[in-house]
Design a binder for this molecule. Structure first.
Ligand SMILES: Cc1cc2nc3c(=O)[nH]c(=O)nc-3n(C[C@H](O)[C@H](O)[C@H](O)COP(=O)(O)O)c2cc1C
Length: 347
């Protein structure tokens, strides 16, 4: 079994430089048209991007989504991105905390509370690992990093392509229900690039889950990441399923109707206009993983800050041009949903 450290290093290298996007599948945000308002009667500087998510105030509806932990490089990335999140009023997600279970010394690589004293911090654990732990053990993992909420990630497509991945996914829903009722901090059911369907959303709601991150298709393909690491039959499986998943815009549209308190729209968000469209479709905030990593690793801290300034500027511009003074008005903005996205939303 490849050790977690070398797998994490592979993931960071592939996510930074590799060919790990979807081939022929997009987020479908291009199927959403927002209607131009030539008389917005707004002062750009007064447009309010703030929101409250999971009990914490954010200056803008942006999540730097879960990526890493467990290695020295991961520690630097977590700390730099968490500090930017704190400074700019975004939420920040730690990568899977599985490494802490194997090696307590790796805890420091998840330590960001000293640079993110107040902001919304999300812990992270895979569903299969969570199923094997008692609620008290999971609570301890959350406490160790001082997270405000815990993402439980769902990634069956990635696991089956990974040679050393999990194969038995039974009991996931019961685990989510147990942790949701016993943990003491909010639980977020999070995909990792294949999206959540309306049916999954219904099953989650029926078990009391109130927060989700759709992490849909069209951005980073985790099947592609694992395909590059695999050989033989696993590589071939990865080739076949590289484009598997529900496009992010479709997943947001399907899930948002189910009455969740929080819907993070992660998966291929490339600009602030995509975030605006996600919010129009019912998301609470947009999440970005690989784009943030690439901005940081190619441009350093200044590059990452510039990346997020651009995203926020684009979101603000989209709000001006539809005449929305705040996120509540943006949610009501007229929209046209075309083609393939319209078809998905009939499901
Ligand atoms: C390098 C890297 C590592 C990731 N590790 C995790 C993880 O540990 N847990 C998790 O829930 N998601 C993980 N993800 C998935 C992201 O949170 C996100 O759902 C997915 O990459 C889609 O977003 P994107 O298109 O903006 O990259 C990782 C993503 C990247 C790029």
């Amino acid at each position: 079994m490849a050790d977690i450290g070398s797998r994490k290093a592979d993931h960071l290298d592939l996510a930074t430089q590799g060919d790990v996007g979807f081939r022929n599948r997009t987020t479908l945000f291009e199927c959403v048209e927002l209607v131009h308002d030539a008389l917005p009667e707004l002062d750009v500087a007064a447009i309010d991007l703030s929101c409250t998510l999971l009990g914490k105030r954010l200056a803008a509806p942006i999540l730097i989504a879960a990526m890493t932990g467990g290695t020295e490089r991961a520690q630097r990335i977590n700390r730099e991105l968490a500090a930017i999140a704190e400074e700019r009023g975004y939420a920040f997600g730690l990568g899977s905390q599985r490494a802490i279970l194997k090696n307590r010394e790796s805890l420091a690589t998840y330590g960001v509370r000293d640079v993110m004293a107040r902001g919304l911090l999300l812990g992270n654990l895979g569903i299969v690992q969570a199923s094997k732990l008692s609620t008290a053990e999971v609570r301890e993992l959350v406490g160790l990093v001082q997270a405000d909420a815990l993402c439980i990630h769902l990634n069956p497509a990635m696991e089956v392509v990974q040679a050393e991945g999990d194969r038995d996914f039974r009991g996931g829903l019961a685990t989510l229900e147990r942790l949701n009722s016993e943990l003491g901090v909010p639980v977020i059911a999070k995909e990792t690039g294949c999206g959540l369907s309306g049916s999954v959303a219904d099953r989650l709601r029926a078990r009391g889950i109130r927060h989700v991150d759709v992490s849909g298709a069209g951005g980073t393909s985790w099947v592609a990441v694992e395909m590059h690491r695999a050989s033989g039959a696993n590589k071939a499986l990865g080739e076949t399923f590289r484009d598997w998943g529900i496009p992010t815009a479709a997943s947001v549209g399907l899930v948002a109707r189910r009455g969740f308190d929080t819907v993070f729209a992660t998966g291929g968000i490339k600009d602030g206009l995509d975030i605006a469209k996600a919010i129009v479709l019912g998301a609470s905030a947009g999440g970005i993983a690989r784009g943030a990593l690439q901005a940081l690793e190619t441009g350093g801290r200044a590059g990452a800050v510039q990346f997020f300034e651009r995203i926020e500027g684009e979101l603000r511009t989209a709000m001006l041009l539809v005449g929305a003074k705040d996120l509540a008005s943006l949610r009501q903005a007229p929209r046209l949903v075309r083609g393939e996205l319209a078809a998905w939303l009939t499901l």
